[in-house]
Design a protein around this ligand. Structure first.
Ligand code: IPM
Ligand code: MG
Length: 370
């Protein structure tokens, strides 16, 4: 029998633990009903770790993440830690995990589930059937470039510096992820930068073009400036299939794309590293939504993005496409049955809390053929 896969659960702060609890029920269900058993570790991260250990990501936690086949992350941050210095912010946990595990490709799907088309702030005819995949570079660019810092000038003014920097290698490896994904989808990649004002953007455009010509001539490539992309995403989002872009632009555009769906509580994400010599690939999965401190602890958070992140984990890290699809279908059926958490509530639907929503997913899973 194959060795059990090791999963590290990092629920984090705010609603993180509540929505992770519902994933644990799905994990139990797989164990009981499908004989799929994982080796599960769980640890503190973010503000919870800061409070208990004085650091948002302990070395021991990082070691567990490196040893795991995949990491399932909840959310971090909250008002309690807002005043902390840059080196003691809960957000540092996710940035350090990306950096230390080499998770350079952040996959952020934005899709509109048919039963939720009314939740979008855009007209149904603009978003119905929307299915975009944003591939955001996530270990480089201005998030990590040097020089960086805040310095005091001789005249007493202060000066803040960050540096946008990309090498061809960094652009090519994230480009390959985007082109490979496009091959499994609509075979169209839009590469997004600001080559009209930034050298790093010009290099981005040239490198992606050369990669496409050399290795992916079967994929259609378009180039679009980041500001125009933001506009096009609102004007006609369905023109996009796969979008590939830098860390900062990807951060902005993925929030924008997520909001097109009107339901942040529904969107998962994956962040993948390189496939290593032994075939192992580090990967972290997390919902797009944050820790939502305003509703934390009230049992009203939507657990579906966290469960969908687990489905992505099964698909991309464990090759369990069939189970991933089963979970995704169960979720669509729950929505079709009219169950809604507060964030996706619409008139005529039944409003439920976190636990009832998780339970409903299990009951739909029960109905699926084994
Ligand atoms: C995201 C978040 C993070 C980022 C923060 C929490 C550091 O906004 O994952 O999009 O900027 O990458
Ligand atoms: Mg963000």
């Amino acid at each position: 029998m194959a060795a059990r896969k090791k999963l590290l659960l990092l629920p984090g702060d705010g609603i993180g633990p509540e929505v992770m609890r519902e994933v644990k029920r799905v994990i139990d269900w797989l164990d009981r009903k499908r004989g799929v058993t994982f080796e599960i570790e769980e640890d503190l991260v973010g503000g919870a770790s800061l409070d208990a250990r004085g650091t948002p990501l302990a070395d021991t936690t990082l070691a567990l993440a490196k040893a795991a086949d995949a990491v399932l992350f909840g959310a971090v941050g909250g008002p309690a830690w807002d005043g902390m210095g840059f080196d003691r912010r809960p957000e540092l946990a996710i940035l350090s995990l990306r950096r230390e595990l080499g998770l350079f490709a952040n996959l952020r799907p934005a899709m509109v589930y048919d039963p939720l088309v009314g939740a979008s702030p855009l007209k149904p005819e603009i978003v119905r059937g929307l299915d975009i995949m944003i591939v955001r570079e996530s270990t480089g660019g201005i998030y990590f470039g040097s020089p960086r810092g805040i310095e005091t000038l001789p005249d007493g003014q202060r000066r803040g510096v960050n540096t946008e920097v990309y090498t061809t290698h960094e652009i090519e490896r994230v480009g390959r992820v985007a082109f490979d994904l496009a091959r499994k989808r609509g075979r169209v990649v839009a590469s997004v930068e600001k080559s009209n004002v930034m050298e790093s953007g010009l290099l981005w455009r040239q490198t992606i073009t050369a990669l496409r010509d050399a290795e992916y001539s079967d994929v259609t490539l378009t180039h679009i400036l980041a500001d125009n992309c933001a506009m096009q995403l609102v004007r006609n989002p369905r023109q996009f299939d796969v979008i590939v872009t830098s860390n900062l632009f990807g951060d902005l555009l993925s929030d924008l794309a997520a909001m097109l769906t009107g339901s942040l509580g529904m969107l998962p994400s994956a962040t993948l590293g390189a496939v290593q010599g032994d075939g192992k690939q580090h990967a972290l999965y997390e919902p797009i939504h944050g820790s939502a401190p305003d509703i934390a602890g009230r049992g009203v958070a939507n657990p579906l993005a966290q469960i969908l992140s687990f489905a992505m984990l099964l698909r991309y890290s464990l090759g369990m496409e069939d189970v991933a699809v089963e979970i995704e279908r169960a979720i669509v059926r729950v929505l079709s049955n009219g169950l809604r958490t507060a964030d996706i509530m619409s008139t005529g639907a039944a409003r439920v809390g976190t636990g009832v929503m998780g339970e409903a997913v299990l009951r739909e899973l029960d109905k699926a053929p084994g």
